[in-house]
Each structure stands twice: as structure tokens, then as C-alpha cells.
Write a protein that binds this ligand. Structure first.
Ligand code: GTP
Length: 594
């Protein structure tokens, strides 16, 4: 199709504002899928997406739209996730688009991710179509939503489209507006091939499939192509489009969005953000690609069933499909070989773990999550710690800095007091507040470690679901934190160490040993569990023995026998640190007390 008849766009919005529903409606109205196939939401097809009811991955679809003037247009659109933990997916999609539909739920108005995604679209110089959704809903406040949208984006009232993605009202207007307002691609079909790899996945049979937006030139099956940054050469097995299933086509050219089956099997050969070009006539200049995402939360992933190789291969394949997921190999005394993994947030962490379980049938032991600390030593050197095992000895430390976030919350007036208490309990530093017709805007600076876990859930529950929260990285600030070591039978278990605020250490240590008493697998003899900070034991409990008596005979004899067993076990391990089976419950216990 001529470029003048192609439109490439993304659908962006805050979580649950109706992106996937609108995408389904567009596919229905353009007969991209049959009515029979329309029975359920088509695009959120991953098991984890259906379970959580959210979009985790962006999805690309090609539809053909016959406009009111009778002409047919090729629409390539990308349905993006709304949750902040998956915002990297949005930025990748926007770089492959020329325009964006900014969807706002009329029952909620402009929300944190509406603002964040609007800014991303602006940074990419995209034409934005503002659309107000859910106008059929009894709680819809269309007038207020219009005002908020006009404040956010530089748009006139008559540019906004009012729709119900659910009932279909107004969707025809959106389809026409896409053709009228989103600019056509402006590539040069005669120029050397230049295409952006904006996503990819690993197919067990076909190998690596790269998702691409072609900016210049064209290619077809059997062409010899190259990923420029990785200097990976291959011969095209198949070129195709998403309808939304993969369908082969003869060729892809400037302006098109589609896929290329590379035949490559090693996930490390392809990188999202790379430029695809031809081996014989390469484009002189690669596309700028993407900024690497910065991990906010880290945790160790270890194989549950001794299948390190399988876990490694699955992690590499998953990383190919999610470039905001980072990993490197690590070794723990207690757990053996595994990976230190970086995530954009806690939801991202759980989704990756679930995908390993569901898509690769792999059980994963996850260590307690942590943020990155900057440790400044007395000798002036700085150590970056993304794994508590690397935390330097306290005698060498001058001070520690931890990441802080600017947290902007909008809360109902009635709950302001409770929410301020929550923020202060989590070491929030009050910045300012403002009243705004029944709502209060609260600004705090909070350590990211205090928000990473369940701050948002508590905020939601205190406000009965009404509060919203927007965060932005503020920078590193000095924090009084210490490393807590956990000793079982007098040996440090490296994988159980974590970093806490000094003022909480005693309380957390005491709660922890009580929990570990039940979570640590029992032995024939009782074992002490200790929480130790700066060489001082701050809490202790005993893991009871496996059976009441390990031997027969008098109680006194038993005690002596158990003590001997315990000592033997401790001696055996001297120098080799604790080796023991650590079930997931042990790590969950740490997360629970934090
Ligand atoms: P994420 O991708 O997870 O961010 O969600 P989303 O933006 O794709 O939202 P989704 O399409 O999954 O819709 C969220 C909920 O809103 C679903 O229960 C939809 O049925 C409902 N919904 C979507 N559009 C409308 C609408 O126009 N009217 C009403 N009443 N409900 C709608």
C-alpha cells in the first residue's frame, strides 16, 4: 500500500481506562477478526494478563479501514500497557508510531499514567488524538474530564472525541480521525533498508521473531539482512504482519509495521532498539534506539529443582521479550548458581516470576527484593550495592545513600490524616499540600525501598480505592541503614541478608526470628536463628527439632545427644558457611516483616 494510505499509531492511557476494549472494537469494526473470534478480549492473550486482568505486553495489529470517502487505509496500531511498571513497553511502542490515541476514562478523569504517557508521546513528536471513554457509564463526568484534558494537553474542546469502547458509540469517529489527523509515514522506499526493532519474542520452532517498523527501503523473504548494533547477519525466513496472529506477506516496505522471522536461535544475537538493514546496501546511519531502562527493584532468582541451565535459557528468552528486565549471573553460598535480576517494580517482578512458571514450567526461588544502595567508604571510595551480599563491613562505611522518590498523591479529604500517618511511618518527608475541591494533593519525598513493596496497596485500602499516586525518581539521599545478617546454627546464610533502616532493625529482627522459627526446615536438633546487626545479635529464637526426641533414653541424655549433633553440624560447616535447603517461605518471611 502507498505510504499516503498507511497510519501507524499507539493507544495509550492510564491503567483500566479501556485501551484493550477499544483495540478490540477497532478490530471488530474493521473486520480484522471474525465475530466468532471476538468472544473474549483478543489482545491480552498471555496467561498472566488474563489472570491479572491487565496488559503486560504491547500488542501490534494491522487492520484495513474503509473510510467514509471509500478509500482503504492500512492501520498499524499498538495496544500498550497502562501500569507504571510496564511503561517501558509504551515508550518502545511510541517510537514505532506516528500518532497516539490518548484515552481517558470519564469516570476517573486524567490520572498519573495519562500524564506520563502524554509526555512520552509529546517527546516522540507524535500527533495526539484525545478521546474520552466510558461515556455510557452512570458515573461518567464528561465535562470535568474535558477540562482536565484541556489543562494537560494543548487541545481544543472540538478535537476531543467522546466514545464508549464498550458499546461502540463514537468508535466510527475515532477511525475517521485516525485517517484525517495522524500523519502518513514519510520514508523513502528507494533508500537502503532502515527499520527499528521495537520488540521481539522467541518461538520454539521459528527462533527469534523481531517486530519492526520500517522507516526506509523494503525487504522480502531470503534477503540478507543485518542487525547493525549487534552486527548479526541472517537470511530472512519470512516477512509478515500481525492480524493479530502472524500472517506472512511478500514484502515489507517504508511505513509498514510487521515482523521478520530471523531463523536465529541465540537470544543474545538480537537487541530491542537495534536497527535492521541490508548486508549489501546498509544504511549509513543507525536509528537512535532506546534509552536503557533503569531497574528499581532487584532480587535473586534461583532454580528450585536444580535446573540452572533451563532457568538460564528461559531467562534469556524472556529478556528478549522484555527489555526492561535485566539479569546477570550470581552465586550464593546457600543457594548455588542463580541470577541477580532487575525490575521496574514489584508487579514487574511477580509477572516475570509467573511467566517463568507458566510459560516455561520452571519453579523459581526468589530472594527478598531490594533497591540499590550507594555506600561511601571511609577511604572515599563508593560501592554500588544491588545485592545485600556486597554490602561492605560496617567498620569500613562512612555513610550510605538510598534512592528517594518524589511522591505525588491525590487523596479524598476525609483520609488525609490517615494517609499522612502512613507516609510518615514509611519515613516520608513532607513537602507540601494543596486542597482542590474535595481532594487533597499531597507531596512527599519517600525512600524507594519503603514504596517498592506494598505502599500502594495500603494507600488504596486506606482510601477505599480512591487515592492515586504518581512517583518520580528524586535522587540518592543519605540514609541510616544497616545490613541485617541472619545466622542459622551460628553460620551466616548469605542469601538471607538484607538492608534495613537502623531505627526499625530491632523490631524487624525480632519479628523475623519468630517467623523463621517455623519457616526454616527442621533438623534432628534444635537450631538457634539469630538476627545480627554490626556484629551484635539483636534477636534470637530456636528452630525446634524434627522430633521431640532424636534418640531414646532419658531427657538429659537426649539433650546431650542433640547438642552433640548440633555442634557436629556447626563444625562441619565452619569455613564453608551454612548450607541448607531454603524454601520460598523463608524469603517470604523476610518480605512480610519489612
Ligand atoms: P490495561 O491494559 O490493563 O491498562 O487496561 P485497559 O486500559 O486495556 O482497560 P480494559 O480495556 O481492559 O478495560 C478496563 C475495564 O473497563 C474493563 O472491565 C472494560 O470492560 C471496562 N470498559 C472499557 N471501556 C468501557 C466503556 O466504554 N464503558 C464501560 N462502562 N466500561 C468500559
Amino acid at each position: 500500500m502507498k505510504q499516503s494510505q498507511i497510519r501507524n499509531f499507539s493507544i495509550i492511557a492510564h491503567i483500566d481506562h479501556g485501551k484493550s476494549t477499544l483495540a478490540d472494537r477497532i478490530m471488530e469494526e474493521t473486520q480484522t477478526v471474525s465475530e466468532r473470534e471476538m468472544s473474549s478480549q483478543l489482545l491480552d492473550s498471555m496467561a498472566v494478563e488474563q489472570e491479572h486482568g491487565i496488559t503486560v505486553k504491547s500488542r501490534t495489529v494491522r487492520s484495513y479501514y474503509t473510510a467514509n470517502n471509500g478509500e482503504t487505509f492500512e492501520y498499524n496500531f499498538i495496544d500498550t500497557p497502562g501500569h507504571v511498571d510496564f511503561s517501558y513497553e509504551v515508550s518502545k511502542s511510541l517510537a514505532a508510531s506516528d500518532g497516539a490515541i490518548l484515552l481517558v476514562d470519564a469516570t476517573q478523569g486524567v490520572q498519573a499514567q495519562t500524564v506520563a504517557n502524554y509526555r512520552l508521546a509529546k517527546e516522540n513528536n507524535l500527533k495526539i488524538i484525545p478521546v474520552i471513554n466510558k461515556i455510557d457509564h452512570p458515573n461518567a463526568d464528561v465535562e470535568e474530564t474535558k477540562i482536565q484534558l484541556m489543562e494537560l494537553a494543548d487541545v481544543d474542546e472540538d478535537e476531543m472525541l467522546l466514545i464508549s469502547a464498550k458499546t461502540g458509540i463514537g468508535v466510527d469517529l475515532v477511525l475517521e480521525a485516525i485517517k484525517d489527523r495522524i500523519p502518513e509515514p514519510v520514508g523513502d522506499i528507494e533508500a537502503p533498508l532502515k527499520a527499528l526493532v521495537f520488540d521481539s519474542h522467541f518461538d520454539a520452532f521459528k527462533g527469534i521473531v523481531a517486530y519492526i517498523r520500517v522507516f526506509d527501503g523494503e525487504f522480502k523473504a531470503n534477503n540478507l539482512l543485518r542487525f547493525m548494533q549487534q552486527t548479526t547477519d541472517f537470511q530472512v525466513v519470512e516477512a509478515g504482519i500481525f492480524k493479530p496472529d502472524m500472517v506472512a506477506v511478500d514484502s515489507l516496505h517504508a511505513g509498514d509495521v510487521g515482523y521478520v522471522i530471523t531463523g536465529l536461535k541465540d537470544p543474545q544475537l538480537v537487541k530491542i532498539g537495534d536497527t535492521l538493514t541490508s548486508q549489501n546496501h546498509p544504511t549509513p546511519e543507525a536509528l537512535p534506539g532506546y534509552k536503557e531502562s533503569e531497574s528499581m527493584v532487584f532480587a535473586g532468582f534461583y532454580p528450585k529443582d536444580n535446573n540452572y541451565k533451563e532457568l538460564k535459557s528461559a531467562i534469556q528468552k524472556l529478556a528478549l521479550n522484555d527489555s526492561s528486565f535485566h539479569y546477570k549471573e550470581e552465586k550464593s553460598d546457600a543457594l548455588g548458581l542463580g541470577f541477580r535480576c532487575g525490575f521496574l517494580g514489584m508487579l514487574h517482578l511477580s509477572i516475570i516470576r509467573e511467566r517463568l512458571e507458566k510459560e516455561y514450567q520452571l519453579g523459581v526461588l526468589t530472594t527478598t527484593p531490594n533497591v540499590t544502595y550507594h555506600v561511601i567508604l571511609k577511604n572515599g571510595k563508593e560501592v554500588i550495592v544491588d545485592n545485600p551480599v556486597q554490602f561492605p563491613d560496617f567498620s569500613e562505611i562512612d555513610h550510605v545513600e538510598e534512592p528517594f522518590l518524589d511522591v505525588h498523591m491525590t487523596v479524598p479529604d476525609e483520609q488525609v490524616g490517615d494517609i499522612m500517618k502512613l507516609a510518615e511511618k514509611r519515613k516520608g518527608i513532607f513537602q507540601d499540600m494543596a486542597y482542590n475541591s474535595g481532594q487533597t494533593e499531597l507531596n512527599y519525598a519517600l525512600p524507594s525501598s519503603e514504596i517498592a513493596y506494598d505502599f500502594f496497596n495500603q494507600l488504596k485500602s486506606l482510601s477505599h480505592g480512591y487515592a492515586t499516586m504518581e512517583t518520580q525518581f528524586k535522587g540518592y539521599q543519605t540514609a541510616d541503614v544497616v545490613k541485617m545478617d541472619v545466622l542459622v546454627n551460628y553460620a551466616t546464610v548469605d542469601a538471607l541478608g538484607f538492608v534495613v533502616h537502623r531505627q526499625d532493625a530491632v523490631e524487624i529482627g525480632q519479628k523475623l526470628v519468630e517467623q523463621l522459627k517455623y519457616a526454616i526446615p527442621r533438623k534432628l536438633f534444635p537450631m538457634p536463628v539469630q538476627a545480627v546487626v554490626e556484629n551484635k545479635a539483636i534477636a534470637r529464637a530456636n528452630v525446634p527439632p524434627l522430633r521431640k526426641s532424636a534418640t531414646t533414653g532419658s531427657d538429659k541424655k537426649n539433650a546431650a545427644k542433640q547438642d552433640m549433633l548440633r555442634r557436629q553440624s556447626a563444625n562441619k560447616r565452619l569455613g564453608s558457611k551454612a548450607e541448607m535447603d531454603l524454601p520460598q517461605e523463608v524469603f517470604n518471611a523476610i518480605l512480610e516483616v519489612n
